[in-house]
Ligand binder design. Structure first.
Ligand code: FE2
Length: 261
């Protein structure tokens, strides 16, 4: 499964994951919202997606799955799941209401996960939306101490990702991976290396990603850090590698926000 896949995966991939997690119990409930939206996707389907994410994230935290495997498997789950049908159960209305047209940044809204008793869930992951007005940008950055997955669930964005090959002084060494418009059905997760640096520009109002975040893991070290870089500051070398300087939040905003993608 690659980042370039724009449409949900075919049925066989979904069946494969259903079979692999068939023995798990139900960890989450969306009952209050489901009562309000009885015609929409069944609670079991939403719970099944959450259970798959929970299983993968627990395995990552337990070191029985590498971040490379987590990245690959969570992209497979996301592209095999009709996430846009689940948005009412996953509190997307609240995220849409948080969208700010005035500012440069997309609005981040966490999904409140609950267990089957209605109490806040002790999950291995966090889930959040980023909702963008047209032109808003998540500027280029890499990660340490966490991994994340980004499923487009609304609108259209331009996504660029880079593999993180290492650090060289005051720069990250990057190999371009993806540079393409993306639509609902697309998912791009990161590992410690693959796609670790990403950059999103909204091409439509109310563009949104549904993100899964796993922190407190060893990915380029355990200490959480967001590392802003400028991949346009250097040309790729003969091997296609960019030496992208690390820059400040202020410089990142100045160079990448409000100037298009
Ligand atoms: Fe990120």
């Amino acid at each position: 499964m690659t980042d370039a896949q724009l449409a949900p995966a075919p049925t066989p991939a979904r069946r494969r994951f259903l079979a692999e997690v068939g023995g798990l119990g139900l960890l989450f409930a969306c009952a209050p919202l489901l009562r309000a939206e009885p015609r929409l996707a069944a609670a079991a389907d939403v719970r099944h997606w959450l259970e798959q994410i929970e299983t993968l994230s627990r395995r990552l935290r337990g070191n029985t799955l590498t971040s490379l495997q987590w990245r690959s498997e969570i992209d497979a789950v996301n592209t095999a799941t009709p996430l846009t049908e689940y948005l009412p159960q996953l509190q997307f209305d609240r995220a849409l209401q948080a969208m700010q047209r005035a500012g440069k940044d997309p609005a981040k809204t966490f999904i409140r996960l609950r267990d089957i008793n209605g109490a806040p869930a002790q999950a291995a992951f966090a889930a959040a939306y980023f909702v963008f007005a047209k032109g808003q940008v998540i500027t280029p950055h890499g990660h340490r101490g966490m991994v994340s997955a980004h499923a487009v669930v609304s609108g259209r964005l331009h996504a660029r990702t880079y593999d993180r090959l290492g650090r060289d002084g005051d720069a990250l060494l990057l190999r371009p991976r993806l540079d393409t418009p993306v639509l609902p059905g697309f998912s791009a997760a990161i590992s410690a290396s693959e796609g670790n640096v990403h950059w999103f520009v909204a091409e439509r109002d109310a563009s949104a990603t549904l993100d899964v975040i796993v922190q407190d893991i060893d990915a380029n070290g355990r200490e959480f850090a967001i590392e802003l870089v400028d991949p346009r500051a250097a040309k790729p070398d003969i091997d296609g590698i960019i030496r992208a300087p690390l820059i400040s939040w202020e410089e990142s905003s100045r160079r990448y926000q409000g100037v298009g993608g």
